[in-house]
Design a protein around this ligand. Sequence first.
Ligand code: ADP
Ligand code: MG
Length: 570
Amino acid sequence: MTAADALARHLKTLDGQSYRAYQSLRGEYSFPGFQLHVDHVQGDPFAALSQVRVWVDGAIAQFPADLLTTATRRMAVADFVVRQFHHQAQQWRRSQGSGKSGLIEIARPSQAVLVRSACTVSAAGIELRVAVGLPAFGRRIAGHQAAELLCQQLPMLVERSAEYKNLAAAALRHQVEVVEDAEAMRSQLRERGLVAFVADGSVLPRRSGVDDRPLQEDAAVRFESPESLRVGLTCPNRGSVTGMGIPQGITVIVGGGYHGKSTLLRAIERGVYPHIPGDGREAVVTDPAAVKVRAEDGRSVVGVDISPFINHLPQGKSTRHFSTPNASGSTSQAANIMEALEAGARVLLVDEDTSATNFMIRDRRMQALIAKTREPITPFIDKVRQLYEEHGVSTILVMGGSGDYFDVADTVIALDSYRPEAVTEQAKAVAQRYNTERLAEGGDRFDLLTPRRILPQGIDPSRGRKAVNLKVRSTDEIRFGEEEIDLSAVEQIVEPGQIRAIARALVYLQTHYLDGQRSLPEVLDAVMDDLAQAGLDCLDDRLSGNLVQFRPLELAAALNRLRTLQVAPV
Ligand code: ADP
Ligand code: MG
């Protein structure tokens, strides 16, 4: 292994040479506080950044052993280190020279605490994966700047983010405790008969549609549970936490426009992940298999059984193996639900704002004017109870526009100026007094989707002479081979790294598990098992610093949106 000062000398001798000479950097270097691995060297100053790995031995990092005893704690510590590194790197950002010269980057973390390939922590030590822009002027190596970047700036950032003595110890411990408490609360939901929990005092509104940080303290009304829905969960660190428990079954959130309904539902959507202290949603937890489903017209649907919701399409098109390159609002929402169920969803989250009206309701008058024989759609209102009673799948629904849902609700929550009230009894009384006279439609059973096998020929990541062509744009699009997968309607993806990992996982499942025999859930299980065993690195043959843990539900969502997908019945 080359010593750090030898690296510095070597970089200076490269000064003025052509950029290609940087390729000689690949290798391992021993620094006073860590080891540096240069894994990938960019081809020119404008290309994707060079990738380096830093290993800080446990004896130097010196994290207290009790912060590293469980996977949850290690995740929380790694997340803290990533944030620290990111913050420091932002402050020291100085780009000199051409292209991406002088950049040091670690992927920007969201408000969620997630497992990321950018940093792993154990008692043995800490590994950081960092992208750097090797400096140049034009296409000539800037050797002195490179020496400063790798031998001064990088060590300083590593020291400040990965050595315990330089971290805010109380803040780190607090983060570990908050994350551990959230995981503990989430794991209590099922046994307590709950699908979600929103702690008293939570701050749900966000700063803006593009800024996921909490709305400023004085502007936000803190959450306060209605008395009748208040429950206490026990946390290992904070002790008992009280808040609103949303029971299994059908919950309808009502209230006037602008009174905070969608904000509450969005917080519940994100409750599948733990959040950093100060986020406001640290103690909002949701069943890990909760899925936001919405209308998504224009998406492609391949071989999905949407017959519980859609039947007798014009021209006799089958809905048991329904395919279209261009779904309507209602068929896309039906497909989204059936696919989510296939992928293991236990809770559906639905907002009227993003739903197709004709999918949600069909009132008595419309039933009288348009006979059922002329309406392919069975609205969700006629299926939501069957889903729960036959399959144990709960629904939380925001619905300010139709009281018809009072008939099928177990729990009704009204928001009034952001304050929740339990109004189930009042809603039931209203339902008795004003009978909707609706006729139930769509039969009295809910048949789950006929299982689908995934055919290997439908998944092709190649493009031209490139065997694997993947590109990812923010959190809503994958370029996969020649195709684009639009994930903008998959709302529980919070970091671009999740999409990157999902894109890799598509390639991975294609090479490992597509024998044409396995059903979609079997393929998902196989991939998630491998991930649990071997970590995110199993997805890529190159060690990548920007993969982030995802749920099988979002992997399924990507697969289902691939326009070339081919399936066959099992
Ligand atoms: P609805 O879905 O009922 O129409 P939204 O959830 O979209 O309402 O909220 C309307 C506005 O109120 C949004 O700008 C949101 O950020 C803000 N808001 C929501 N909840 C709160 C709260 N607890 N405190 C302050 N502002 C809030
Ligand atoms: Mg709304």
